[in-house]
Design a protein around this ligand. Sequence first.
Ligand SMILES: [Zn+2]
Length: 244
Amino acid sequence: MLSDNQLLRYSRQLVLPELDLVGQTKLLESRVLVVGAGGLGCPLVLYLASSGIGYITIIDHDVVEAHNLPRQVLFDERDLGHKKALVVAEKLTRQYPDSDIDAITLKLTAASQVPESHFDLIIDATDTPSVGAVLNTYSINRQVPLLYMAAVAMEGRLFFARGYDTNKPCLQCYLGGAADPLGGCHTLGVLAPAVGAIALLGATQAIRSLLGDPPEGLTCLDAWGLNTLKLQLTKRDECSACGH
Ligand SMILES: [Zn+2]
Protein backbone atom coordinates (compact mmCIF):
# COMPACT_ATOMS: atom_id res chain seq x y z
CA MET A 1 0.00 0.00 0.00
CA LEU A 2 1.43 3.36 -1.04
CA SER A 3 1.28 6.33 1.34
CA ASP A 4 -0.25 9.67 0.23
CA ASN A 5 3.27 11.05 -0.20
CA GLN A 6 4.25 8.09 -2.37
CA LEU A 7 1.09 8.40 -4.49
CA LEU A 8 2.08 11.99 -5.17
CA ARG A 9 5.79 11.34 -5.66
CA TYR A 10 5.34 8.47 -8.13
CA SER A 11 2.14 9.77 -9.78
CA ARG A 12 3.74 10.14 -13.21
CA GLN A 13 4.98 6.55 -13.11
CA LEU A 14 1.70 5.21 -11.73
CA VAL A 15 -0.18 6.17 -14.90
CA LEU A 16 2.08 3.90 -16.96
CA PRO A 17 0.27 0.61 -17.62
CA GLU A 18 3.60 -1.22 -17.22
CA LEU A 19 3.77 -0.03 -13.61
CA ASP A 20 0.49 1.14 -12.02
CA LEU A 21 -0.05 0.70 -8.29
CA VAL A 22 0.84 -2.98 -8.28
CA GLY A 23 4.14 -2.42 -10.10
CA GLN A 24 5.19 0.56 -8.00
CA THR A 25 4.44 -1.39 -4.83
CA LYS A 26 6.56 -4.22 -6.22
CA LEU A 27 9.46 -1.82 -6.88
CA LEU A 28 9.24 -0.47 -3.33
CA GLU A 29 9.57 -4.04 -2.06
CA SER A 30 12.37 -5.01 -4.48
CA ARG A 31 15.90 -5.80 -3.37
CA VAL A 32 18.74 -5.09 -5.77
CA LEU A 33 22.48 -5.64 -5.41
CA VAL A 34 24.71 -3.30 -7.44
CA VAL A 35 28.43 -3.98 -7.63
CA GLY A 36 30.42 -0.94 -8.74
CA ALA A 37 29.73 2.70 -7.88
CA GLY A 38 31.66 4.16 -10.83
CA GLY A 39 30.65 5.61 -14.19
CA LEU A 40 27.95 2.98 -14.72
CA GLY A 41 26.99 2.46 -11.08
CA CYS A 42 26.42 6.13 -10.14
CA PRO A 43 23.73 7.00 -12.73
CA LEU A 44 22.27 3.50 -12.36
CA VAL A 45 21.71 3.65 -8.58
CA LEU A 46 20.59 7.28 -8.79
CA TYR A 47 17.72 6.30 -11.10
CA LEU A 48 16.94 3.03 -9.32
CA ALA A 49 16.50 4.98 -6.09
CA SER A 50 14.58 7.83 -7.76
CA SER A 51 12.19 5.28 -9.29
CA GLY A 52 11.41 3.88 -5.87
CA ILE A 53 13.43 0.66 -5.65
CA GLY A 54 13.03 -0.09 -1.95
CA TYR A 55 16.30 -1.82 -1.06
CA ILE A 56 19.64 -1.25 -2.76
CA THR A 57 22.95 -2.74 -1.63
CA ILE A 58 26.07 -1.18 -3.18
CA ILE A 59 29.44 -2.91 -3.12
CA ASP A 60 32.53 -0.87 -4.05
CA HIS A 61 35.98 -0.74 -2.43
CA ASP A 62 37.31 2.29 -4.30
CA VAL A 63 37.74 5.90 -3.22
CA VAL A 64 36.69 8.96 -5.23
CA GLU A 65 39.43 10.46 -7.44
CA ALA A 66 39.41 13.66 -9.50
CA HIS A 67 39.29 11.83 -12.86
CA ASN A 68 36.05 10.11 -11.76
CA LEU A 69 34.07 13.34 -11.45
CA PRO A 70 32.93 13.89 -15.09
CA ARG A 71 30.92 10.64 -15.25
CA GLN A 72 30.51 9.53 -11.63
CA VAL A 73 27.83 12.12 -11.13
CA LEU A 74 27.03 11.45 -7.47
CA PHE A 75 30.44 12.77 -6.38
CA ASP A 76 31.87 16.27 -6.05
CA GLU A 77 35.24 17.65 -4.98
CA ARG A 78 34.40 17.38 -1.26
CA ASP A 79 34.15 13.59 -1.73
CA LEU A 80 37.73 13.13 -3.01
CA GLY A 81 39.47 10.37 -1.03
CA HIS A 82 36.22 9.09 0.48
CA LYS A 83 34.83 5.57 -0.11
CA LYS A 84 32.46 5.68 -3.09
CA ALA A 85 29.92 3.22 -1.64
CA LEU A 86 29.58 5.26 1.58
CA VAL A 87 29.20 8.58 -0.27
CA VAL A 88 26.55 7.11 -2.60
CA ALA A 89 24.59 5.63 0.30
CA GLU A 90 24.66 8.89 2.24
CA LYS A 91 23.56 11.06 -0.69
CA LEU A 92 20.83 8.74 -1.96
CA THR A 93 19.42 8.16 1.53
CA ARG A 94 19.05 11.93 1.93
CA GLN A 95 17.54 12.41 -1.52
CA TYR A 96 15.27 9.35 -1.75
CA PRO A 97 13.89 8.40 1.67
CA ASP A 98 11.84 5.50 0.23
CA SER A 99 15.04 3.63 -0.59
CA ASP A 100 16.96 1.75 2.04
CA ILE A 101 20.58 1.96 0.86
CA ASP A 102 23.30 -0.32 2.22
CA ALA A 103 27.00 0.26 1.48
CA ILE A 104 29.67 -2.44 1.55
CA THR A 105 33.27 -1.32 1.01
CA LEU A 106 34.91 -4.61 0.08
CA LYS A 107 36.58 -5.82 -3.10
CA LEU A 108 34.37 -8.67 -4.29
CA THR A 109 36.50 -11.74 -5.06
CA ALA A 110 34.20 -14.69 -4.18
CA ALA A 111 30.48 -15.43 -4.36
CA SER A 112 30.60 -16.24 -0.63
CA GLN A 113 31.28 -12.53 0.06
CA VAL A 114 27.91 -11.53 -1.36
CA PRO A 115 25.64 -10.69 1.61
CA GLU A 116 23.27 -13.43 2.76
CA SER A 117 20.17 -11.30 2.12
CA HIS A 118 17.78 -12.24 -0.67
CA PHE A 119 18.07 -10.21 -3.90
CA ASP A 120 15.57 -10.02 -6.76
CA LEU A 121 18.27 -8.82 -9.18
CA ILE A 122 22.03 -8.41 -9.13
CA ILE A 123 23.82 -5.91 -11.38
CA ASP A 124 27.46 -5.94 -12.42
CA ALA A 125 28.38 -2.30 -13.03
CA THR A 126 32.14 -2.89 -12.73
CA ASP A 127 32.97 -3.79 -16.35
CA THR A 128 35.47 -6.26 -14.87
CA PRO A 129 35.19 -9.92 -16.04
CA SER A 130 36.64 -11.33 -12.78
CA VAL A 131 33.87 -9.64 -10.78
CA GLY A 132 31.36 -10.74 -13.44
CA ALA A 133 32.49 -14.36 -12.92
CA VAL A 134 31.88 -14.08 -9.16
CA LEU A 135 28.42 -12.64 -9.70
CA ASN A 136 27.66 -15.24 -12.39
CA THR A 137 28.39 -18.03 -9.90
CA TYR A 138 26.15 -16.33 -7.35
CA SER A 139 23.42 -15.85 -9.98
CA ILE A 140 23.45 -19.54 -10.95
CA ASN A 141 23.68 -20.88 -7.38
CA ARG A 142 21.00 -18.60 -5.98
CA GLN A 143 18.82 -18.43 -9.11
CA VAL A 144 18.90 -14.63 -9.25
CA PRO A 145 19.00 -12.84 -12.64
CA LEU A 146 22.21 -10.92 -13.42
CA LEU A 147 22.37 -7.73 -15.46
CA TYR A 148 25.84 -7.10 -16.88
CA MET A 149 26.82 -3.61 -18.04
CA ALA A 150 29.94 -2.45 -19.84
CA ALA A 151 31.03 0.83 -21.43
CA VAL A 152 34.15 2.19 -23.08
CA ALA A 153 34.77 5.15 -25.42
CA MET A 154 31.32 5.87 -26.97
CA GLU A 155 30.00 2.32 -26.74
CA GLY A 156 28.29 0.13 -24.25
CA ARG A 157 26.70 -3.26 -23.75
CA LEU A 158 23.93 -4.71 -21.67
CA PHE A 159 23.50 -8.43 -21.19
CA PHE A 160 20.87 -10.14 -19.15
CA ALA A 161 22.05 -13.50 -17.77
CA ARG A 162 19.86 -16.25 -16.34
CA GLY A 163 22.23 -19.21 -16.46
CA TYR A 164 20.24 -21.15 -13.84
CA ASP A 165 17.51 -21.61 -16.46
CA THR A 166 18.00 -24.68 -18.68
CA ASN A 167 17.58 -22.62 -21.86
CA LYS A 168 19.16 -19.26 -20.98
CA PRO A 169 22.83 -18.30 -21.31
CA CYS A 170 24.88 -17.25 -18.31
CA LEU A 171 27.45 -14.44 -18.30
CA GLN A 172 30.27 -16.89 -19.03
CA CYS A 173 28.38 -18.21 -22.08
CA TYR A 174 28.76 -14.64 -23.38
CA LEU A 175 32.16 -13.55 -22.03
CA GLY A 176 33.93 -16.92 -22.18
CA GLY A 177 37.09 -16.77 -20.09
CA ALA A 178 37.78 -13.08 -20.81
CA ALA A 179 40.53 -11.58 -18.67
CA ASP A 180 40.18 -8.21 -16.97
CA PRO A 181 41.12 -5.50 -19.48
CA LEU A 182 44.55 -3.93 -18.97
CA GLY A 183 43.50 -0.65 -20.55
CA GLY A 184 39.76 -0.14 -20.79
CA CYS A 185 38.67 3.41 -19.97
CA HIS A 186 42.23 4.29 -18.84
CA THR A 187 43.66 4.01 -22.35
CA LEU A 188 40.64 4.02 -24.67
CA GLY A 189 38.86 6.80 -22.82
CA VAL A 190 35.16 7.14 -22.17
CA LEU A 191 32.63 9.91 -22.84
CA ALA A 192 30.56 10.77 -19.75
CA PRO A 193 27.10 10.96 -21.40
CA ALA A 194 27.77 7.75 -23.37
CA VAL A 195 28.43 5.74 -20.21
CA GLY A 196 25.45 7.50 -18.62
CA ALA A 197 23.21 6.44 -21.51
CA ILE A 198 24.14 2.78 -20.99
CA ALA A 199 23.60 3.10 -17.24
CA LEU A 200 20.11 4.54 -17.68
CA LEU A 201 19.15 1.90 -20.24
CA GLY A 202 20.38 -0.62 -17.66
CA ALA A 203 18.21 1.00 -14.96
CA THR A 204 15.18 0.81 -17.30
CA GLN A 205 15.79 -2.87 -18.03
CA ALA A 206 16.39 -3.57 -14.33
CA ILE A 207 12.95 -2.11 -13.53
CA ARG A 208 11.43 -4.20 -16.31
CA SER A 209 13.01 -7.32 -14.85
CA LEU A 210 11.80 -6.48 -11.32
CA LEU A 211 8.27 -6.12 -12.70
CA GLY A 212 8.44 -9.69 -14.00
CA ASP A 213 9.29 -9.05 -17.67
CA PRO A 214 13.04 -9.79 -17.89
CA PRO A 215 14.72 -8.70 -21.12
CA GLU A 216 16.56 -11.20 -23.31
CA GLY A 217 19.95 -11.23 -24.94
CA LEU A 218 22.73 -8.76 -25.57
CA THR A 219 22.21 -5.11 -26.53
CA CYS A 220 25.10 -3.07 -27.98
CA LEU A 221 24.82 0.72 -28.17
CA ASP A 222 27.02 3.05 -30.18
CA ALA A 223 26.03 6.29 -28.46
CA TRP A 224 27.96 8.48 -30.92
CA GLY A 225 26.57 7.04 -34.14
CA LEU A 226 23.26 6.30 -32.40
CA ASN A 227 23.20 2.70 -33.56
CA THR A 228 21.95 -0.27 -31.59
CA LEU A 229 22.42 -3.94 -32.20
CA LYS A 230 20.45 -6.67 -30.47
CA LEU A 231 21.73 -10.25 -30.40
CA GLN A 232 20.16 -13.39 -29.01
CA LEU A 233 22.81 -15.59 -27.41
CA THR A 234 22.36 -19.27 -26.72
CA LYS A 235 23.46 -21.35 -23.79
CA ARG A 236 26.78 -23.09 -24.47
CA ASP A 237 26.71 -26.79 -23.63
CA GLU A 238 30.41 -26.75 -22.81
CA CYS A 239 30.14 -23.70 -20.49
CA SER A 240 31.93 -24.58 -17.24
CA ALA A 241 29.61 -22.32 -15.24
CA CYS A 242 26.14 -23.37 -16.43
CA GLY A 243 26.59 -26.09 -19.11
CA HIS A 244 25.88 -29.79 -18.82
ZN1 LIG B 1 27.04 -20.48 -19.22
